[in-house]
Design a protein around this ligand. Structure first.
Ligand SMILES: [Zn+2]
Length: 361
């Protein structure tokens, strides 16, 4: 089984500013840690270079007017109008933004290409996973939606393909869901902290896909402080049966590490052991359903010095089927008062029942 990592230092150019939460150093740190655990090179992930996504690649998932606005803002280093969500709060403009964002999108397309054309079974594009970008606007730190661009590229190349997208980022994968809302060849499944508490405020069980693609979207909004046991239950009772029933030819995963309990921007309770359990189950699903074909992307993750590199090293190991030393998952878990976990589990069971109600699976 051949597997690859799409990576180059040039991806660091996606930098929203020194004071911004999304640090490019987290990708660097993760790749360095993968290397120190012998996960890269001849016996591990073969490192391949990303190329910038072309205009045609971006236009599959974004409006031409939006791309033009990004290009103009990118040249000025400032937005010339705020109509496309760029330069407004979360997603500040920086000089060279278009080129940097196009390289991230191109990296995820390259990861897809490695599996569809390059003979790889799985591939990892760790700087990718910018799942909040919409067709006509930037949002939530995301300029171009690389998961959507990679999936759209694959569908154009192989129109009969069925792709399951599994998103474990703490935030709802709204942009990807929106892109494929009416697309029966793509199932989007997002496990996230409930939009009642967290950006982008969407991703509820009643969001199930458009009229041409009924039940092609599934959303599992977890309560705040949801623990490993909540994730364990939700994965087994919702994610695995839904994806199995869909019979995908390939799985794309978004592996944001911001559901970890120490994350400064979110309020979930996942430990590194829980994160490993999730990425290993996604990997096992791909073996069971689609001969191991898996394109794994990064995503959020703001405890970037300590936890994100460890999480993404565990992700890389899961793609290779490698055991990692216990030291990688060590550390204190979230502190909950007595009885809280039972309450969170009960709440998760209710949410999952709502997600599964009336679905065929
Ligand atoms: Zn996130």
């Amino acid at each position: 089984m051949q597997s690859s990592l799409v990576y180059s230092h040039d991806l660091n150019a996606y930098d929203l500013g020194t004071e911004h939460a999304l640090r490019p150093e987290r990708v660097e740190g993760a790749v360095a840690m993968m290397r120190s655990h012998d996960l890269l090179g001849a016996a591990g992930l073969n490192v391949i270079e990303p190329h910038p996504a072309g205009r045609e690649d971006l236009e599959r998932v974004h409006d031409a007017a939006y791309i033009d606005a990004v290009i103009r803002a990118s040249a000025l280093g400032a937005p010339d109008d705020l109509s496309h969500g760029i330069g407004a709060g979360d997603t500040p403009v920086f000089a060279g933004m278009h080129t940097a964002a196009a390289l991230v999108a191109g990296g995820s397309i390259e990861a897809m290409r490695a599996v569809l054309e390059g003979g790889d079974t799985r591939s990892l594009a760790i700087a990718g996973g910018l799942h909040h970008a919409h067709r006509d606007r930037a949002a939530g730190f995301c300029v171009y939606n690389d998961p959507a661009a990679a999936i759209a590229w694959a569908l154009e190349r192989e129109p009969r393909m069925r792709i399951a997208y599994i998103d474990i980022d703490a935030h709802h994968g709204d942009g990807v869901q929106e892109t494929f809302w009416n697309e029966p060849r793509v199932l989007t499944v997002s496990l996230h902290e409930s939009g009642r508490y967290l950006f982008p405020g969407t991703g509820f069980p009643d969001e199930r896909g458009g009229p041409l693609a009924k039940d092609s979207a599934a959303n599992i909004p977890l309560p705040q402080y949801a623990t490993d046991a909540c994730y364990d239950f939700a994965f087994d009772a919702a994610v695995a049966p839904l994806v199995s029933r869909f019979r995908p030819d390939l799985i794309v995963s978004q592996n944001g590490a911001d559901a970890l309990h120490s994350d400064p921007l979110t309020s979930l309770g996942l430990t590194l052991g829980g994160y490993r359990m999730l990425v290993e189950r996604i990997s096992a699903l791909s073996h069971r359903l689609c001969e191991g074909r898996l394109v794994a992307l990064g995503g959020g993750g703001y405890d970037w010095q300590e936890m994100v590199p460890r999480a993404w090293t565990l992700l890389a190991a899961s793609l290779l089927g490698r055991e990692m030393p216990a030291s990688l998952t060590e550390g204190a878990g979230p502190v909950l008062r007595e009885g809280a976990e039972e309450h969170l589990l009960r709440r998760t069971r209710e949410v999952v029942a709502e997600v599964m109600r009336g679905r065929e699976y």
